[in-house]
Design a protein around this ligand. Structure first.
Ligand code: DAT
Ligand code: MG
Length: 150
């Protein structure tokens, strides 16, 4: 079963978009299995964004993601990584389609309101940064038969 990490970044929290962003993923029928608010330390931010170390935007990215509280979520379900990425829209909001989170609520690549894991290995690594195994909840969702055929 696929799992993914989603973050409402500090800009999304400050702009009161937490509920709206959670609703976008929930509304598609994805199963929420973890949720918490926290402010990242520089060390945790560097761990999370390690793949971007050395890039010109790296320092700004670490400063931004540690600049205020964020909301971390875990979703579970077949294809949830790709489903979440398409719900988020393109990394640069200038190119994000209308109806996507970034397309509807962002204009700047450095303030793109949401993060989502980009593949199964990344998702596992990132979920481990934000959640202890026991913080991810195992449960049946009765509505799932109305969301997925099988
Ligand atoms: P995504 O967040 O869509 O997975 P990414 O992993 O390539 O995109 O980059 C991580 C974040 O870094 C991204 O959400 C915003 C920032 N970023 C990426 N490319 C950038 C650039 N060229 N200039 C400024 N910020 C950038
Ligand atoms: Mg990424």
């Amino acid at each position: 079963m696929e799992r993914t990490l989603i973050l409402v970044k500090p800009d999304g929290v400050q702009r009161s978009l937490v509920g709206t962003i959670i609703s976008k993923f929930e509304g598609r029928g994805l199963k929420l299995i973890g949720l918490k608010m926290q402010q990242l330390s520089k060390e945790t931010a560097e761990q999370h964004y390690g793949e971007h170390k050395g890039k010109p935007f790296y320092d700004g990215l670490v400063n931004f993601i540690t600049s205020g509280p964020l909301v971390a979520m875990a979703f579970e379900g077949d294809n949830c990584i790709e489903i979440c990425r398409s719900t988020m829209g393109a990394t640069n909001p200038v190119s994000a389609g209308p109806g996507t989170i970034r397309g509807d609520f962002a204009v700047d690549i450095g303030r793109n309101v949401v993060h989502g894991s980009d593949g199964p290995e990344t998702a596992e690594r990132e979920l481990n940064i934000f959640f202890k195994p026991e913080e991810l909840v195992n449960y049946e969702k009765n509505a799932d038969t109305w969301v997925r055929e099988s």
